[in-house]
Design a protein around this ligand. Structure first.
Ligand SMILES: Cc1cc2nc3c(=O)[nH]c(=O)nc-3n(C[C@H](O)[C@H](O)[C@H](O)COP(=O)(O)OP(=O)(O)OC[C@H]3O[C@@H](n4cnc5c(N)ncnc54)[C@H](O)[C@@H]3O)c2cc1C
Length: 401
């Protein structure tokens, strides 16, 4: 067994670490660099994206021949964690959700023509994208079989009617992947489509207010009232929407874990720095055993998350679905992120609750981690199903040559 990473990946990691420490962390310290929704403002974003391109850190997930780094998941695990020690790191490298997952899935299943039209501009950073699946009650949320938005075939096109909500980035996205119902078939009833924001027949009903900072373009409720999508914009074929969803969401969940590990490390860094200088009752905080237990516990939980994430990444790189590995990583890292932000705020006292550090930003952001891309309970349900189906084999090791 070999836990070492290749020298080339270490070189990338070191370059990303320097970019984060020297350029992104100083930038995020100045609130003038934030937009009204607490994300990075357009001007510094454009500047930092240009820097990421110069440094060879741009679009780690995209194929090399299309201007990306073409990294496997194991290398992305290393790079994304490093990038998200800064809260704006991933968007500056073009590996933030939802563009990251949309590029990855289009690279995997899109036709050459679909990749040229829908994926390349997202890789280039010329447009943003969104993935529209979740619906208001009584439509599909945790359970995609409940999706009610319909796409009815009429000649060479499909006509879409229905509602979606919490669609990240929708207010600024140009390219959308939409999952809609094309039949009542339990397994083959859903189909994935591509559409452009400029097409008529849909609208943003509202940008939904949330407790945390927002991705660019917010989280929107959408209404479809006769959007026409040409048949050539169906992804991987009619009736294969569930397959598309699984292909996109497994790896996308894992990339969330990669990024959240970086945010958790940042929380620990901020807590350690304060504890090392702050004194009370004649003792430095860092010299108190109670504080040492908090920091030591977090360090162990981060390392556990890295091992779960890396094992799932390795499984995906060798062609597996990594369903149970991704579910375990997702539950663990989402909860770890929440705990890391909470503990770091506690150690920082009033300063932790202020906007003088990014801890309160991370804390508010972290709460969604336990809900999005599968709530903890849904992933535990999946794990229990896998355990029931596989029995002892659930705990089997893959066997080498
Ligand atoms: C910030 C944010 C961004 C998002 N971005 C997108 C996006 O870009 N595109 C998109 O399509 N969607 C997006 N979503 C929606 C997200 O994926 C859904 O919220 C998620 O899938 C859960 O669906 P739901 O909210 O309908 O919860 P529900 O399905 O109503 O579930 C509610 C709760 O019930 C419990 N529960 C559900 N199933 C089970 C079970 N089997 N066992 C036990 N308990 C269970 C869980 O505690 C769960 O949290 C986003 C949501 C948020 C908050």
């Amino acid at each position: 067994m070999d836990f070492r990473i290749p020298g080339g990946v270490e070189a990338l990691r070191a370059r990303a670490a320097a970019f984060v420490d020297e350029e992104l962390i100083p930038l995020e310290a100045d609130r003038a660099n934030y937009d009204p929704h607490e994300n990075i403002a357009p001007e510094p974003l454009a500047r930092m994206r240009a820097r990421a391109k110069e440094l060879g850190l741009w679009a780690p997930q995209a194929p090399r021949e299309r201007g990306g780094l073409g990294l496997p998941m194991t290398a992305r695990a290393v790079l994304y964690e490093e990038a998200n020690r800064a809260i704006f790191g991933p968007v500056c490298l073009n590996c933030a959700a939802p563009d990251d997952g949309n590029i990855s899935v289009l690279a995997k299943v899109g036709t050459e023509a679909q990749q040229d039209r829908w994926m390349q501009p997202v890789i280039d950073g010329a447009v943003r994208s969104a993935f529209a699946m979740t619906e208001p009650h009584p439509g599909g949320g945790s359970d995609p079989s409940m999706i009610r938005t319909t796409a009815e075939r009429r000649g060479d096109a499909y006509v879409v009617r229905g509602r979606k909500w919490y669609i990240t980035g929708a207010a600024e996205a140009a390219h959308f992947i939409l999952v809609a119902r094309t039949s009542d078939d339990a397994r083959a009833g859903l189909t994935a489509f591509l559409f452009h924001a400029d097409q008529p027949g849909w609208r943003i009903v509202r940008r939904i207010g949330i407790m945390g900072p927002e991705e660019h373009g917010g989280h929107c409720e959408l209404e479809f009232d006769g959007l026409e999508i040409p048949a050539e914009n169906v992804l991987i074929g009619e009736g294969r929407g569930l397959k598309l969803t699984q292909t996109r969401l497994g790896p996308a969940r894992l990339t969330h874990c990669m990024r959240w590990l970086g945010l958790a490390r940042r929380c620990v860094d901020i807590a350690r720095a304060y504890a090392a200088e702050r004194e009370g009752f004649g003792v430095r905080l860092i010299d108190r055993e109670s504080i040492q237990m908090m920091l030591g516990g977090l360090a162990m939980d981060i390392e556990t998350g890295r091992l779960l994430t890396m094992k799932a990444a390795w499984e995906i790189d060798r062609g597996g679905f990594a369903r149970k590995e991704v579910s375990m990583a997702k539950i663990h890292v989402a909860n770890l992120l929440h705990r890391a932000a909470d503990t770091a705020i506690q150690i920082n006292g009033a300063r932790g609750y202020s906007t003088d550090t990014p801890l309160e930003w991370i804390y508010r952001y972290a709460r969604q981690a336990r809900l999005v891309d599968g709530a903890d309970e849904v992933h535990r349900m999946v794990l229990n199903r896998e355990l029931g189906a596989a029995g002892d084999a659930f705990f089997g090791w893959p066997v080498g040559e």
